[in-house]
Design a protein around this ligand. Structure first.
Ligand SMILES: Nc1nc2c(ncn2[C@@H]2O[C@H](COP(=O)(O)OP(=O)(O)OP(=O)(O)O)[C@@H](O)[C@H]2O)c(=O)[nH]1
Length: 348
């Protein structure tokens, strides 16, 4: 720090409005009269480009008026830094309140000169020209109030921005989980699709919940004929009919899935062959019941089912191969029936 007793007696205001500052509370420039008064008692401090006068949070008891050069006030975070020029003042709260924590870092942008006022100098100002000082004080207070109000406005705006960012994040998350759920569902029937089934099985594997399950592999018989005779839309409706039967038999932890085309599967909680077969027979009997109703075009079709118990150590491909062996047998025997496959190794 370099304090020089040679006081510059005037400054060139950087801002054209200097001196009409009472109308503009943000304006922190002294009028020519005020400047002359302050210069008559202040000490001059030389500053050099890049020099820091004080940091945010430092306790201060002095205020400054810029005689030459420029000072940057950095309020930190994402608040806009302010750059002050000749005749403008800053740090007045340190002087007026005493030991006030600085709200910004103050740094010289250029080499320059500042008028530095401590409490003693301010006291002398009051004695010399109380009217001018009261005018200055009024303005200083208005500036503090104005800054506070604009800070509140900024915080409120930021709060609203945060709120709407949060709202759109919430909406995006909901959209994402809806999309995720859709990706796991078969569009035509609403059952799980193959992707959904495999994801569900991965979750079960992670939770060690793959024991005590039975698998039914269900394939429509002569489905192509329905499409050919009644059209694709009727074929779609029949597939939805099959899905409805599977949905009605599936418990909360069971999985009904359309694997693709006219092939479905049902993964159910079951410990024994009898339990798995009960599910399979329910499906076959329900389809028989519907087939006996004289419905044209058809609402349902006959189907073949391959059934097995799931081996907890194995995985989907093993289980599928086992059930598929039984399904193949059911088809070979004319379809419209259930076949069972034991856990014994499947002959190659
Ligand atoms: N309507 C409709 N048909 C479909 C859909 N997906 C696949 N298909 C048809 O389903 C038919 C399945 O034919 P196949 O695999 O020969 O089976 P199938 O006629 O039931 O013969 P088997 O299984 O041997 O009894 C094909 O004609 C496909 O075009 C769909 O989403 N909607």
């Amino acid at each position: 720090m370099n304090v020089d007793p040679a006081v510059p007696l005037a400054c060139e205001p950087a801002n054209q409005n200097a001196g009409t500052a009472l109308q503009d509370p943000e304006q922190g420039a002294l009028s020519a009269d005020e400047y002359a008064l302050f210069a008559s008692v202040a000490r001059v401090r030389r500053v050099y480009a890049g020099e820091t006068l004080f940091h945010r949070g430092d306790l201060g008891t002095t205020m400054y008026v810029i005689a030459k050069g420029a000072i940057e006030l950095d309020f930190g975070e994402d608040l806009i830094a302010k750059s002050l020029g000749p005749c403008e003042f800053f740090g007045e709260l340190g002087l007026l309140i005493g030991d006030h924590a600085r709200s910004a870092d103050a740094r010289a942008i250029d080499d320059g000169e500042l008028l530095e006022l401590r409490h003693e100098e301010f006291q002398r100002l009051v004695e010399i020209d109380p009217t001018l000082v009261s005018y200055f004080l009024r303005r200083a207070i208005m500036r503090v109030v104005f800054n506070e109000q604009s800070l509140i406005r900024r915080l409120r705006r930021r709060n609203q921005d945060l709120q709407s960012a949060l709202d759109s994040l919430r909406a995006t998350t909901q959209q994402l989980s809806r999309t995720e759920a859709l990706v796991r569902r078969d569009e035509l029937t609403g059952l799980y699709n193959r992707r959904g089934l495999l994801q569900h099985l991965r979750e079960r594997h992670r939770n060690g919940a793959t024991s005590g399950l039975g698998l039914l592999l269900i394939d429509c018989d002569q489905f192509k004929r329905i499409n050919d005779e009644h059209g694709h839309l009727i074929g779609d409706r029949v597939l939805q009919g099959v899905a409805n039967i599977l949905r009605s038999v599936a418990g909360t932890n069971d999985i009904a899935c359309r694997l693709g085309g006219d092939e479905f599967c049902l993964l159910v909680k079951a410990e024994t062959r009898e339990e798995v077969m009960r599910y399979a027979e329910f499906v076959i009997h329900t389809s028989h019941g519907l087939l006996q109703m004289p419905q044209l075009p058809p609402l349902i079709c006959p189907m073949s089912i391959g059934a097995c118990l799931v081996c907890a150590e194995g995985e989907w491909n093993d289980w599928y191969a086992r059930a598929d062996t039984a399904l193949y047998r059911a088809k070979r025997q004319g379809g419209n029936r259930v076949e069972w496959q034991d856990n014994a190794p499947i002959p190659a």
